[in-house]
Write a protein that binds this ligand. Sequence first.
Ligand code: NDP
Length: 306
Amino acid sequence: MSAQILDGVTVAAKLNEETAERCRHLTARGVRPGLAAVLVGDNPASRTYVAAKAKTCTRLGLYSEVIPLPTETTTDELLTRIATLNQRADIHGILVQMPLPPQIDTPTVIRAIDPDKDVDGFHPVNVGRLALKQEGFIPCTPAGVLALLEHYDIRLRGRRAVVLGRSTIVGLPLALLLLHRDATVTVCHSRTSDLAAVAHTADILVAAIGRTALVTGEFIRPGAVVVDVGINRLTTPDEVRRYFGDNPSRLAELDKKGYTLIGDVHPRQAADCAGYLTPVPGGVGPLTIAMLMRNTLLAAERACRP
Ligand code: NDP
């Protein structure tokens, strides 16, 4: 069997087109959706993520503002910035790029964001709204996974879903979303015994654990839908060959950038037995930014409701 690829790039482009259209409509009514991204410190990965988000905002017609703050910023200083953003009418979405430096009290910072501007969906109020199926903001990666499954008409009702990972950013909200769509959901974590056997029961298997290619062929029931959320780096030719064989484009990428990305799922073994598979890169990743844009648009649309 050779798995059908769930192409996140194409689905994200379609979602982004819709977002841009709705954004034009709202802007014509005098409200341009605006996203503020607060970046504390100089973590290179965080800088790259924030830059990518700002660039997508601009491309889709949203207003974007990046607020860089020094590494030694205190919790109080950050809270003051957030309070100002909460008050600004031109900012509909606020995101604080994670991880924050260790001196900052992250839960307090998340709680300080106005829940109606919390486009990452991390505020306890939005976590509660999601649990209760109320209108709020759904974290972008799980929302993106759902959008991808919906685009490919993958049925969830009555099917067995196994989510590997229970983080508040990915695994837990995704488990809730799948449950709300009438899947029968099992959530696994680092203390789960016989992970492969549990995973093998899944019609829909989601891997969000941050462990390079831990999900091998024995985890996957033939024909299952496999969603690989993980983003890990391979940095040596031996590693690349272990997972991708003599794939020339992967080896060339390693040569050029010093790394190539891989998920939590063994790409070749999964391609052989899954029915559907998200690639890494080009699967869930593009959907995450698309859903951030969508959440910012929703925040602006909701702010103009009578
Ligand atoms: P976390 O580290 O917050 O959570 C990892 C989860 O996996 C935890 O629940 C942990 O269990 C579980 N876990 C870790 N090791 C194992 C193991 N050996 N067996 C079973 N369970 C295990 O990670 P995130 O949820 O933030 O991210 C997960 C992955 O998704 C990462 O690779 C990250 O880079 C990627 N990611 C990708 C995004 C995208 O846009 N594509 C966005 C966000 C994340 P326990 O709770 O017991 O510790």
